[in-house]
Design a protein around this ligand. Structure first.
Ligand SMILES: C[S@@+](CC[C@H](N)C(=O)[O-])C[C@H]1O[C@@H](n2cnc3c(N)ncnc32)[C@H](O)[C@@H]1O
Length: 415
């Protein structure tokens, strides 16, 4: 089944049943607390747990928003079909909750709320139809609108805030549709945007595809690593005596040369670039991720000063010379260890990349998908030592599944 996920990653979207079948096996968690993996990652010096809510559910647009005009009374309506699932799409949101859907015109400041309505998501639900009436007097037909759907109290937020640790709260990630015109039959493109606040003055806008691809949507590991980087970027973090290898490498006074493996939509790489002004981030993935990543690079806020680029890097192929010849301060990887068949090649890529820069820190986000992932950590032990681990926890669930953020450094023999 894990093979299926790898095949899927290389070939792009496949049928829904294929992915969901893979997911069922991946959920065979006999060690929900990652004990084996945590014990395998050697040399832990610090282990802290952040009581944070990090078992995300994502509002997904199963059918994109569509505008229908009602010529007789000059009203219109916007409809869409949504669901709320985990990153793998296997697990539907399990509590009753109130969602707010808003049709917004964002061309002005402040944004104009054209229609707003509450919908009730009930435990056990798999899909929910959204439909809102839009009064004609309220909108300018020439301007596009978007549909935003959120579980936040008080209307749809400007962004989902992960810039600071929280005790509960952010459980469901808001969906923002692409813009579409309020003209009969107009439909939004099949993308969904996530707006992630990584600093009170910095919000990333990341597009995902609405289909079931592995590379073309955001995963919990990516979101947790983004939160971790965002929460370490504050000046207070640098002044504490807990300064670890990562903090040293992330000193904002230095130019940071960062590489990301398996970037997917690029949430981690783009946030690094946004957080650290003197920073150059090279994001890499299979070519199947190129289109969505380039879309996100194009939309990357030009006010952020860090530079970003994308290169194809397949762990099963030779590393392109343009990457192999460079040295890196930090290598980031989120949610890329699910496939045991790739464990050797991923670790070999890491070994080669740190050859030119033995001081590199490798920061890895791991959401446990299967027991056999322990192989990756066993292979890492031959070259790297773990210097830090932080857990992003979901304290509300009985199983307490977490995303662990491991920081590794090249092990010096005899140390
Ligand atoms: C679960 S996704 C994680 C995406 C992103 N890091 C995140 O957390 O949102 C795994 C990523 O690894 C990439 N990947 C899988 N096998 C790969 C390989 N052999 N070489 C390069 N990238 C690979 C996939 O294309 C995908 O983007």
């Amino acid at each position: 089944m894990i093979d299926l996920l790898q095949k899927h990653a290389k070939t792009g979207p496949s049928n829904k049943h294929g992915v969901l079948a893979a997911v069922e096996t991946l959920h065979d968690c006999s060690d929900p607390h990652n004990t084996r993996i945590r014990e395998t990652a050697k040399g832990s010096k610090s282990q802290c747990q952040i009581k944070d809510l990090f078992l995300m559910h994502y509002i997904r647009l199963l059918k994109p928003p569509r505008y229908s005009a009602r010529p007789r009374n000059r009203n219109g309506s916007v409809s869409a079909l949504i669901t709320i699932t985990s990153d793998l799409g296997d697990d539907f949101y399990f509590r009753d909750t109130v969602l707010t859907a808003e049709v917004l015109q964002e061309s002005g400041d402040p944004r104009l709320v054209l229609a707003s309505k509450e919908f009730h998501w009930k435990m056990g639900m798999r899909v929910l139809k959204i439909e809102l009436n839009v009064a004609p007097s309220k909108h300018n037909f020439y301007d596009s609108v978007i549909l935003a759907i959120s579980s936040a109290a008080g209307g749809t937020p400007v962004a989902d805030d992960i810039s600071h640790p929280r005790d509960g709260g952010l459980e469901i990630i808001t969906a923002y549709s692409p813009p579409f015109r309020p003209i009969d039959g107009e439909e939004a493109e099949k993308f969904v945007q996530r707006r992630i606040m990584i600093d009170p003055s910095k919000t990333l806008r990341i597009w995902e595809e609405t289909g079931e691809s592995i590379a073309r949507h955001i995963w919990d590991g990516g979101l947790a690593l983004t939160a971790y980087l965002a929460q370490n970027a504050s000046s207070e973090a640098f002044s504490t005596d807990k300064l670890n290898a990562l903090h040293k490498q992330l000193n904002p006074r230095k130019t940071l040369r960062a590489l990301e493996l398996g970037s997917g939509c690029g949430v981690v790489g783009l946030s690094l670039a946004a957080l650290y002004e003197k920073c150059h981030v090279t994001m890499t993935d299979l070519s199947s991720a190129e289109e969505i990543l380039m879309k996100n690079i194009e939309d990357y806020n030009s006010n952020f000063q860090g530079e970003v680029e994308f290169r194809v890097l397949d762990w099963d192929q030779a590393i392109p010379e343009s990457l192999a010849s460079r040295s890196w301060d930090i290598i980031v990887i989120a949610d890329c260890t699910y496939n045991t068949a790739s464990a050797h090649s991923l670790v070999n890529v890491l070994k080669s990349l740190v050859g030119k820069s033995p001081d590199t820190v490798v920061v890895l986000a791991h959401k446990r998908r299967h027991d056999s992932e322990v192989l990756f950590f066993e292979l890492m032990n031959a070259v790297f030592g773990m210097v830090d681990r932080v857990s992003f926890h979901n304290g509300n669930l009985e199983t307490e599944i977490s995303v662990d953020i491991y920081t590794f450094k090249v092990m010096i023999k005899g140390s």
